[in-house]
Design a protein around this ligand. Structure first.
Ligand code: ADP
Ligand code: MG
Ligand code: MG
Length: 915
C-alpha cells in the first residue's frame, strides 16, 4: 500500500492523535485528539492534515508532491463535504476551508494561514443565499484576498517588496482610506457595499502590483494555499526563529485543511484565545480574550482591543468591555467545561483557540501553553497539590531557563514607589528592565552589538521583528493584547514586556515616542515593570528578586529530593558563601585564595602579599608570610564558618605572581621603603617576575614547589582556622586543593608540606584530628591521562574545565573573540566550548580522568569547578560521567539543582525505554 499522506478528523472520529506530532505537526495532532478522543469529543470543524513527510518530499523533489497525494486529498475533501452537506466550489451551498500550518513545535506566527479558501465569483452568490448575510460574505472575501495575495502570490512566490510596499500593506492602505473617507472607526463599520467595492479595488491593485490575476477557481486557491504553507517553512522569519529556538530544518511543517467556521457573522458570533491558567503568573484561573464579529487573525493582530472572557481576565486596559461570560453566558459555560476537560486530559495548561458561529461554539486549536518562569514554577507546584501530576513530572515541566528568569532583576520597589508611571499597558512578560529606546528591530540588534541596553518600542511587533526582540532587554508596544505577537514571543523567552500601552504614540519616521504630550527620543532611557505593565521615564534601579520567592524554594526542595549530584558553589567571601547557602548550595567547590587580595578592605593584605612576592631571600619571604598569615587565616575562618558543616574546597594561590606587582608609583615607593631597598632594586625584582606566557608560567603548584613556605603558610592558615572553629563548637570541613598539577611528583612534594603543617596544628591546638581532604585540580590535559597516579596521593579531583578547555583546544580564553564567533557561524564548532562542555573532546579527557582516578582510589571524590558547573547541558554531562558534585556561581545554584534533578529523570526515562 502506498504511504498515507493525509489524515482526516471530524465527525467524532480521527485518523491521528496527539502522539503523532512529528507526522501531523502539533496543531494537526491536537485537532485530531480533540475531535477523536473519546474523553474529549469536542466540536472541531472537520478537516484533514497533510503530513510533514510531504513537506520533506516537497523540498527534496523540486517542490513537487508525491503522486498519490492528489487522490488522497480529494477523498479527504469528499469526506468533509459529506459531513458538512456542502460542496467545495459549489454554486448553491459552497464549503469554505482554511489552510493552516503547523510544525512539531509551535512557531507562533512564523508560518502562514489562509482563511476562507473557496470563495469565488461563482460561490459568492451561493454563500450569500445560504447565510442570508451579504456583508459577512464580502468581509470573508476581502480577508481571503488580503491573505492570499500576501501569503501565496507574494511571499510564496519569493517576491521581496520594499519596506511598507508589501501587497498586504498596500491593500490595508486602501481599506484605511475608505474608512477615513466614510468616517468609520472600526472594520466592522464597513457595510456590504463598501466591502464589495473594496474587493473589486483589491483585485485591480493586485493585478497591477503583482502582474497576476487573483485566482477565481477554488481548487487552484486550495493548492496555492497548501504550497504557500510549505514554502513558509523556508520563509525568512521561520528560519530565523528556528535558529533561535534550535528547531531542526529537516522537521518540516504539516498542512491542515479545515472547514471554516465564522466568527464574523454578526453579533452572535465571535472568536477568541484563552488559557486554562494564567500564563503570566500561573494562577489557576481561566484566562482569555475574545472579539465579537471577527475572524481569528484579528485577535492576534491587535486591530481591535479584545474583550476579557471573564472578570478574572479584566485589566486596566479592557475593563470597559463586556465579558463573554456576560454576553453569552451559555457559551461561556460550555467553553469553561471544555477547557476543564482539556486540562484534565492533557494534564497541563492549554492554550486554546475558539470561534463562535451564530451561537455555536467550535474549538480550533489547543496546545500546551507557553508560560514564563514564575508561572511555570507556580503551575508545577499547584498541579502537584491538585494531584494532576507527580513531583517528577513537575520537575520536568520547568526549564532551567525559566528558573533563571526568576533569578532576574526587578525594579527596586523603593525606586518604583518614588516614580509615577508615565504610562500603563498590559503586563505581558514579567520582571523589570531598563534600557535606551530604539524603534526598529534592526536598530535593536545593532545597538545591542555595541553592548548597549535597549528597549524595543513598536506600534505592534510582527514576526519579522524576532531578532530585534531577542536583542532587546524588553519590548514595549502600543497595540495588541495579552495574546498579541509581542506578548506571545516575550512569554516564550521570559522576557520583560509591556503591550497594548494605548497612550503611546510611536512616530517611526521622527524616531519619537509621544506619551501624554511628553516626547521621548531614540536613545532616551525608560524602565519597564513587565509584571505590572508600568512604563517609567528614566533609568530606575534594579534589584534581584529571588529572596522573596518561597515557591521557587519549595520547588528546588523537590529537585533536591530527586537529584544525585551535589551542588556546591564557587565563593570567595563569607557573604557569597552565605548567599549560596540561601540558594541551597551544599558546600563550596572553589574558594580562590587570591581573591582575598582584591576588593573591599584588602589593602593591607595585598600590600603584604606584594611584599612577599618581591622578597628575594627565603628569610625576607618568611617574614612577609608571617605578617600575611593572620589575614589569610581570618578570611578562611569566615568562609569555613559560613559554610559550617559543609565541605569547602580551598585552592592554594593560583595566579602568576606578577599579576600582583603594583604599577602605581606611590605603591612602589611604599613597598621599597618597607623592604628597605632602592626603587631600582625593586624594579629589577619586579622585572624578574615578568613572563612571556604567564598563564602557562610560574603559577599554581609551581609556586608551591619553588617556594614551599608559601604553601606551608596557607595550609597552616586553613588548619588553624578550622581548629579554632572546632574549639568554638563548629564543624569545619576544609578540602585543600593544589592547582595546575600535571604530575604526581608535584603532589607528593606538596603533600609533605601539608602533612607537616597538619601535624603541627593538631599539636598546637591539642586536637586528635580535623576533618579534611587533600586533593588536586585537574585542568591540564596531562593530569587526566596520569590520573591513576595522581589518585595515589589525591583524595579528590576537581575538574577545572575553563583551563582544561583552554589547554585542550589550545584556544586562549582571553583571545577567542577574534575567531570563535566565525567558528560558530560556520558550524565548525556547534557552540562556545567555554560555555557548554565540549563533550566530544574535553568531555573525553574528563571521563578518562575519572576512570583512571577511581581505578586507583575507589572512593575518590570528583567534582567540577569551572564555569560549566552551572550550565544545564554540562550539568547533565557531569551527572552521566558519575561526578559527585558540580560547583557554580551562587546565582546559578538553583539552575544547576534543577538540571541535576532532570538529569536523573532523563536517565530513568532512557533506561525504561531500553527495557
Ligand atoms: P497560527 O499558527 O499562526 O496561530 P492558525 O492556523 O491557528 O495560525 O490560524 C490563524 C487564525 O485563524 C486563528 O485564530 C485560527 O483560530 C483561525 N482559523 C484557522 N482555521 C480556521 C477555521 N477553519 N475556521 C475559523 N477560524 C480559523
Ligand atoms: Mg493558532
Ligand atoms: Mg585554572
Amino acid at each position: 500500500m502506498a504511504k498515507k499522506y493525509v489524515y482526516s478528523f471530524g465527525g467524532g472520529k480521527a485518523d491521528g492523535n496527539e502522539s503523532m506530532k512529528n507526522l501531523l505537526g502539533g496543531k494537526g495532532a491536537n485537532l485530531a485528539e480533540m475531535a477523536g478522543n473519546k474523553d474529549l469529543k469536542l466540536p472541531v470543524p472537520p478537516g484533514f492534515t497533510i503530513t510533514t513527510e510531504v513537506c520533506t518530499y516537497y523540498y527534496k523533489n523540486k517542490k513537487k508532491y508525491p503522486a498519490s497525494l492528489k487522490k488522497e486529498l480529494e477523498n479527504a475533501l469528499g469526506r468533509i463535504e459529506k459531513l458538512m452537506g456542502k460542496d467545495f466550489g459549489d454554486r448553491d451551498n459552497p464549503l469554505l476551508v482554511s489552510v493552516r500550518s503547523g510544525a512539531r513545535r509551535s512557531m507562533p506566527g512564523m508560518m502562514e494561514t489562509v482563511l476562507n479558501v473557496g470563495l469565488t465569483e461563482k460561490t459568492i452568490p451561493g454563500l450569500i443565499k445560504a447565510s442570508g448575510n451579504e456583508r459577512f460574505v464580502y468581509d470573508a472575501y476581502r480577508r481571503l484576498i488580503m491573505m492570499y495575495s500576501d501569503v501565496v502570490m507574494e511571499k510564496a512566490a519569493g517576491i521581496e517588496p520594499k519596506e511598507d510596499m508589501g501587497i498586504r500593506k498596500q491593500l490595508e492602505r486602501i481599506m484605511d482610506e475608505v474608512k477615513r473617507q466614510k468616517g468609520y472607526k472600526a472594520d466592522t463599520d464597513l457595510n456590504a457595499q463598501d466591502l464589495k467595492n473594496l474587493c473589486a479595488r483589491f483585485k485591480v491593485k493586485i493585478a497591477e502590483v503583482l502582474g497576476k490575476e487573483f485566482p477565481d477557481e477554488p481548487m487552484q486557491q486550495l493548492w496555492g494555499g497548501i504550497g504557500a504553507v510549505f514554502s513558509s517553512w523556508n520563509g525568512k522569519r521561520a528560519i530565523s526563529y528556528r535558529r533561535i529556538e534550535n528547531i531542526p530544518d529537516v522537521w518540516g511543517t504539516a498542512v491542515t485543511v479545515q472547514t471554516m467556521v465564522f466568527g464574523n457573522m454578526g453579533n452572535d458570533s465571535a472568536t477568541g484565545v484563552a488559557f486554562t491558567r494564567n500564563p503570566g503568573n500561573g494562577e489557576n484561573e481561566f484566562y482569555g480574550e475574545y472579539l465579537i464579529n471577527a475572524q481569528g487573525e484579528d485577535v492576534v493582530a491587535g486591530i481591535r482591543t479584545p474583550a476579557p472572557i471573564n472578570a478574572y481576565s479584566t485589566s486596566e486596559h479592557n475593563k470597559d468591555l463586556v465579558t463573554l461570560e456576560k454576553t453569552m453566558p451559555k457559551i461561556y459555560k460550555e467553553l469553561y467545561s471544555f477547557q476543564n476537560r482539556l486540562e484534565k486530559h492533557y494534564r497541563d495548561m492549554q492554550d486554546i483557540e475558539f470561534t463562535i458561529e451564530k451561537g455555536r461554539l467550535f474549538m480550533l486549536q489547543c496546545r500546551v501553553g507557553k508560560r514564563n518562569g514564575p508561572a511555570a514554577v507556580r503551575m508545577a507546584m499547584d498541579m502537584i497539590k491538585e494531584k494532576l501530576i507527580k513531583k517528577e513530572e513537575a520537575v520536568m515541566r520547568v526549564t532551567p531557563a525559566q528558573v533563571d528568569e526568576l533569578l532576574h532583576p526587578i525594579i527596586d520597589p523603593k525606586a518604583e514607589l518614588a516614580h509615577k508611571p508615565l504610562a500603563k499597558g498590559l503586563p505581558a512578560g514579567p520582571g523589570g528592565a531598563t534600557g535606551q529606546i530604539v524603534f526598529s528591530a534592526h536598530e535593536a540588534v545593532a545597538w545591542a552589538k555595541e553592548a548597549k541596553q535597549v528597549i524595543l518600542v513598536r506600534e505592534e511587533t510582527n514576526p519579522e521583528d524576532v531578532e530585534g526582540m531577542r536583542a532587546a532587554q524588553a519590548i514595549l508596544t502600543a497595540r495588541g493584547g495579552m495574546t498579541s505577537h509581542a506578548a506571545l514571543v516575550a512569554r516564550g523567552w521570559g522576557k520583560c514586556c509591556v503591550v497594548g500601552c494605548s497612550s503611546l504614540h510611536v512616530d517611526n519616521d521622527k524616531k519619537e515616542l509621544h506619551i501624554d504630550g511628553k516626547v521621548l527620543k531614540e536613545g532616551d532611557w525608560i524602565t519597564l515593570n513587565g509584571t505590572k505593565g508600568n512604563v517609567y521615564e528614566g533609568r530606575l534601579t534594579m534589584m534581584d528578586a529571588t529572596e522573596e520567592n518561597t515557591l521557587l524554594n519549595d520547588f528546588l526542595k523537590i529537585c533536591g529530593t530527586i537529584k544525585r549530584l551535589g551542588i556546591r558553589t564557587n565563593a570567595d567571601t563569607p557573604e557569597d558563601a552565605a548567599k549560596a547557602r540561601f540558594f541551597g548550595a551544599e558546600g563550596i567547590g572553589l574558594f580562590r585564595t587570591e581573591h582575598m587580595f582584591y576588593g573591599k578592605g584588602s589593602d593591607e593584605a595585598l600590600f603584604l602579599l606584594r611584599k612577599m612576592i618581591v622578597s628575594k631571600t627565603e628569610d625576607e619571604r618568611k617574614k612577609a608570610l608571617e605578617e600575611l598569615f593572620p589575614y589569610v587565616k581570618k578570611d578562611l575562618k569566615g568562609t569555613l564558618e559560613a559554610m559550617d558543616g559543609f565541605p569547602v574546597v580551598i585552592r592554594l594561590l593560583d595566579p602568576p605572581l606578577h599579576e600582583f606587582v603594583p604599577r602605581e608609583e606611590a605603591k612602589l615607593q611604599q613597598l621599597a621603603k618597607d623592604l628597605n631597598i632602592s626603587m631600582k632594586e625593586l624594579a629589577d625584582r619586579a622585572e624578574a617576575l615578568h613572563e612571556s606566557n604567564p598563564m602557562m608560567g610560574h603559577r599554581g603548584v609551581r609556586l608551591g614547589v619553588t617556594y614551599p613556605e608559601v604553601s606551608a603558610m596557607q595550609i597552616r592558615a586553613v588548619f588553624e582556622a578550622a581548629a579554632e572553629l572546632i574549639k568554638e563548637g563548629k564543624k569545619p570541613h576544609p578540602e585543600i586543593m593544589i592547582p595546575v598539577v600535571c604530575d604526581v611528583k608535584e603532589l607528593q612534594d606538596q603533600h609533605v608540606i601539608f602533612k607537616q603543617a597538619y601535624e603541627e596544628v593538631l599539636k598546637k591546638y591539642g586536637l586528635k584530628s580535623i576533618t579534611h581532604m587533600f586533593g588536586t585540580m585537574i585542568e591540564i590535559p596531562r593530569a587526566s591521562l596520569v590520573a591513576d597516579q595522581l589518585a595515589t596521593v589525591a583524595q579528590f579531583f576537581s575538574f577545572g574545565t575553563n583551563d582544561m578547555t583552554q589547554m585542550g583546544f589550545g584556544f586562549s580564553r582571553d583571545d577567542i573573540g577574534g575567531f570563535l564567533p566565525e567558528y560558530i557561524k560556520k558550524g565548525i564548532l556547534p557552540e562556545d566550548p567555554f560555555q557548554s562542555i565540549d563533550q566530544a573532546g574535553i568531555g573525553e579527557l574528563i571521563k578518562i580522568g575519572i576512570e583512571r582516578g577511581r581505578k586507583t582510589r575507589k572512593d575518590l571524590e570528583v567534582g567540577i569547578c569551572g564555569e560549566h558547573g552551572g550550565e544545564p547541558k554540562s550539568v547533565e554531562f557531569c551527572h552521566k560521567v558519575g561526578m559527585d558534585y558540580v560547583s557554580c556561581s551562587p546565582f546559578r545554584v538553583p539552575i544547576a539543582k534543577l538540571a541535576a534533578a532532570q538529569a536523573v529523570l532523563k536517565e530513568q526515562a532512557a533506561s525504561k525505554k531500553k527495557k
